[in-house]
Design a protein around this ligand. Structure first.
Ligand code: GLN
Length: 494
């Protein structure tokens, strides 16, 4: 018999509703897997009791004949960037260690209201800054995947949502929340052979999510397949008056609207994403994706996104600029850590707290951000980057007069080894080259597993859609999913 932890969101929801198994049985099964996987370091805090508590509530509602909600009986992992009332929320930083919020983020509250329960808070790159989950104060997350050549090198699960990707890929949770500022849902999903969607900027409320770069940050789901992502996103999204950038739009019935038939649709293939020296397996998987979408009925069109090469430098100005201002609030007074040397004054406390509390990557971003926002350099860097951002958004608008969705690789390579890039920030940033343009333009974008490379590691394909057209993105994802038939999973070694 397939174990309960092999089931995804839809199967759990339906099985609980039918009475095939109880929500408490499901929560207990995932709690066992979580407890047995400490070698992966996917969780910062586990909350098995909360998962069981929510499950009991679902089972009680079922016994009373009450509706169970979109996620009735589904236990999930919560990226530790979402404030959870009464449960430590750290953003994987030392500066927030011990911070227990008095409030619940809107997205997590929406999930609990839909019947989900929390298995724990998932590890991530510190303040969501990174692409490999190596900047966490609480240690690296180890990908459950290993190269097929027999080497046992520990691989990066992607970042910043590396705890989320690992938990889903290793069957510690059927789904998890992620956040994506410049690829942090899509790249870790690609590295671990799962699906993840970043919706249109504003679909999910940012209220109660630890801010990194506010004009880019967007929450979204990570799960094993497209349907599960659609179900999760329906529960997470929605207008929130507490977030001034929240979209005042109804949440479409994405799950009900799923269709892998792309007849009449046009898929754009951007010439500029075919970068020099592109990894041969990534290029081949992209070509395979094009063939699959053709097979699904779509017409393939060549498109041009001419400002693509400026996206990465623009992102690495805008994101640090916003981060330097958002992170000014961690001063030793209001949250978490306070380092107050003997006889020290206020300024000394700020300096000591921030020096001790932030990791190296976070400090690097604060320094870059403060520099590009400084009076003498603002126009040369920040204003220029904002202009580039506008041009990139315009590139996509032009492209979407010719096509309905865009197909590209999610990342330039499969997962790399832990430590391989951690001393070289530029090499690390290059990982985000295919992910950041959609972030700068605020567009919905998804990664779905497309196959394995020659080392037996997953590769993802990315679908980018028009603003508000999550349905188009999900449907193209479904068309790929049903042809890729991706069933590989990491062999259990932990
Ligand atoms: N890897 C990118 C960065 O380090 C994106 C991170 C994210 O999306 N949170 O900024």
């Amino acid at each position: 018999m397939t174990g309960l932890t092999d089931l995804g969101v839809a199967a759990i929801r339906d099985g609980v509703a039918k009475g095939t198994f109880t929500a408490v049985e499901v929560a207990a099964a995932f709690n066992v897997n979580v407890a047995a996987a400490s070698a992966l370091n996917a969780f910062i805090v586990t909350t098995p009791e909360l998962a069981v508590e929510a499950a009991k509530a679902t089972d009680a509602r079922r016994a009373a004949g009450q509706p169970l909600g979109k996620l009735g009986g589904v236990p999930i992992g919560m990226k530790d960037l979402f404030a959870t009332k009464g449960v430590q929320t750290t953003a994987a930083s030392h500066i927030l260690e011990g911070f227990v919020p008095e409030y619940e983020s809107t997205v997590s509250q929406n999930l609990w209201d839909a019947g989900a329960g929390m298995l724990g808070k998932l590890n991530l790159d510190q303040f969501a800054m990174g692409s490999s989950n190596e900047t966490s104060y609480f240690g690296n997350v180890i990908s459950p995947w290993r190269r097929s050549d027999g080497g046992n090198a520990a691989l990066a699960p992607g970042g910043s949502s590396g705890g989320s990707s690992t938990a889903v890929a290793a069957r510690l949770a059927p789904a998890a929340t992620g956040t994506d500022t410049g690829g942090s849902i899509r790249q870790p999903a690609a590295f671990t052979g799962i699906s993840g969607i970043k919706p249109t900027y504003g679909r999910c409320s940012r209220w109660g999510i630890v801010a990194f770069a506010s004009s880019l940050d967007q929450a979204g789901p990570m799960a094993r397949d497209v349907r599960d992502c659609a179900i999760m996103l329906e529960a997470m999204a929605g207008f929130d008056p507490k977030d001034a950038t929240s979209l005042d739009l109804l949440v479409p019935a994405w799950e009900a609207g799923l269709s892998g038939d792309l007849t009449g649709k046009k898929v754009g293939v951007p010439a500029e994403y075919r970068i020099d020296g592109m990894d041969a397996d990534v290029a081949a998987s992209w070509d395979q994706g094009i063939a699959w979408l053709k097979d699904a009925g779509a017409e393939i069109v060549e498109i041009s996104l001419p400002h693509t090469k400026y996206a990465l430098p623009a992102y690495y100005i805008i994101a640090p600029a916003e981060a330097s201002s958002n992170l000014a609030r961690y001063d030793g007074v209001r949250y978490g850590l306070r380092d107050l040397p003997d006889g020290a004054g206020l300024q000394d406390m700020y300096a000591a707290t921030r020096a001790a509390g932030f990791g190296a990557e976070v400090k690097r971003r604060i320094l870059i951000g403060t520099y590009v926002l400084s009076a003498g350099f603002y126009d040369a860097y920040y204003t220029q980057a904002q202009k580039v951002r506008t041009l990139i958004a315009q590139d996509f608008k032009n492209a979407f007069t010719l096509c309905d969705v865009i197909l590209a690789p999610t990342a330039p390579t499969a997962a790399f080894g832990l430590g391989e890039k951690s001393d070289d920030p530029l090499a690390m940033y290059l990982n985000d080259v295919f992910a950041v343009p959609a972030s700068l333009a605020g567009l919905p974008a998804m990664s779905v597993p497309a196959g394995l490379n020659r080392e037996g590691l997953p590769l993802g394909l990315q679908i980018i859609g028009r603003a508000f057209d999550e349905q188009g993105v999900l449907n193209a994802g479904l068309a790929i999913e049903s042809r890729a038939q991706f069933s590989a999973r990491p062999e259990r070694w932990w």
